[in-house]
Design a protein around this ligand. Structure first.
Ligand code: PFF
Length: 446
């Protein structure tokens, strides 16, 4: 089953940089702070950490091991690892490939916004004294064609990187971008912590008020964990298929989840002290980063520089995630249609660019084109985050927990101790599917 000519990541650092690169993205820096803001700060964080430990890490292990043991993308992995008669599992893999395409289509739009905001920060426009209304600025920008332009630029950058392949493209770019991202994070966090009023922001983030925990907190915390860890659609299966055979799966999954959660927390440490220090509203929703923060940077000493660094951070984070999403589609096209890498990249990114343009236009010319009150962008976001990812995650845990040959699972999880291997399998068999199903049904009908 193993293809030796399949490209592999070359170093341990490369494995961690690429997987953490996929996980750390808009989900941590853009989504986590506003979700936490809306669901009671520390209480949300506590539930989120629980979801990562009990559900996230086992499903990450499951995806890695599916990829590494089959050396295929999720569609191929499910065909190869299902016993005879279980061929319909392939369709679960197909769901992953479709989700990846849809997520990339709307994700690239938000990642494109970061390019515009970086550009505006560097040119000094973002923090210019005559800018009075960040909300109007944001609405004006997202409604126009510039937003489409930046989305296409972002996808073009992806095309160039993914075209260069697993080692020279994905691994190389992750290897220098991830350390830079961590340096930027630390610098920004220190700057926030020395602001007057930082304490209030920190206690909002860290003191859990459990009176805020209800089913919607649990739901959002699980959804956040899935989105943030990139699980449920086969991206990590593809990356797992590039792992050298000596890579320790449980250890890599834990490091990845640990760093991913840490980055979300640090993003909170950057944002909340600043929000409180400048008397803003913590639960400002998706606009938190694009409207509230520019207001803050405008009042901060050296705000122009901090704004540029912040949006550079956001850009790097989102770029390494879009690369992983692109590779999910590319690997599928290469393996199943026997396309050369060039053609596979052209096809995948061509389709994504087409959809992404519709998502980008959802804030302007297509804002009236809605279904059940949702624009194209909203539909892609809603369907993937609330339906495809949880269903995908549930299917992956059932597949690895119940369907894949137990000896294969056990072998791939080694050299983790027997206790750890058993715990992962137990969580995959019983805890993950049930918890995901409960949260999913509650979300749809609750
Ligand atoms: N984990 C990424 C983030 O937190 O921004 C988003 C993501 C990337 C989701 C890759 C899914 C995926 F396959």
């Amino acid at each position: 089953m193993k293809e030796d000519n399949r490209p592999k990541f070359t170093t341990k650092f490369g494995v961690i940089a690429a997987t953490v690169g996929s996980a750390v993205g808009l989900g941590n820096i853009w989504r986590f702070p506003y979700e936490a803001g809306a669901h009671g700060g520390g209480a949300f964080l506590a539930v989120n950490i629980l979801c990562v430990l009990l559900i996230g890490i086992p499903v990450v292990c499951a995806e890695f091991l599916m990829g590494r043991s089959s050396r295929r993308n999720i569609f191929g992995a499910m065909s190869a690892l299902a016993p005879k008669g279980g061929r319909w599992w392939r369709f679960a893999g197909m769901l992953g490939v479709v989700s990846g395409t849809l997520i990339l289509s709307f994700y690239a739009v938000v990642a494109g916004w970061t390019l515009e905001y970086l550009f505006q920060s560097v040119t000094g426009n973002l923090t210019a004294p005559d800018v009075r209304d960040s909300h109007a600025e944001f609405m004006g920008f997202t409604a126009g064609w510039r937003c489409v332009f930046w989305t296409v630029v972002l996808l073009a950058v992806n095309t160039v990187i993914v075209l260069r392949g697993v080692q020279k493209g994905i691994e190389k770019v992750s290897n220098w971008m991830m350390p830079l991202l961590f340096v930027l994070l630390v610098m920004m966090a220190v700057n926030s912590l020395i602001l007057p009023g930082a304490k209030e922001g920190l206690s909002f983030l860290f003191c859990p008020d459990f009176s805020h925990v209800d089913s919607s907190t649990v739901l959002s915390a699980l959804g956040q964990a899935f989105f943030s860890l990139s699980v449920g659609l086969g991206t990590l299966t593809v990356y797992g298929s590039y792992f050298p055979s000596r890579t320790k799966i449980v250890k890599s999954a834990s490091i990845m989840a640990g760093l991913d959660t840490m980055v979300a927390i640090v993003a909170g440490v950057i944002i909340f002290p600043a929000v409180f220090s400048f008397g803003m509203e913590p639960a400002a929703g998706p606009q938190l980063v694009f409207e509230v923060l520019p207001d803050i940077f405008r009042q901060m000493t050296g705000g122009g520089i901090w704004a540029a660094l912040f949006f550079l951070l956001l850009l790097i984070a989102s770029l390494t995630s879009t690369i992983s999403l692109s590779e999910t589609g590319v690997a599928f096209c290469v393996e199943h249609w026997n396309l050369g890498r060039g053609k596979a990249v052209a096809l995948t990114l061509g389709i994504v660019t087409f959809f992404a343009i519709f998502c980008a236009l959802s804030f302007g010319p297509l804002s009236g084109a809605t279904l059940w009150g949702m624009t194209v962008f909203d539909i892609f976001d809603y369907v993937t985050s609330n339906i495809f990812l949880p269903v995908g995650g549930m299917l992956v845990s059932i597949f690895v927990g119940w369907i894949v040959d137990r000896a294969t699972v056990d072998r791939e999880l080694r050299p983790a101790s027997r206790f750890i291997r058993r715990s992962v399998i137990f969580l995959l068999r019983y805890v993950c599917p049930v918890a995901i199903l409960a949260v999913f049904l509650n979300n749809l009908f609750g």
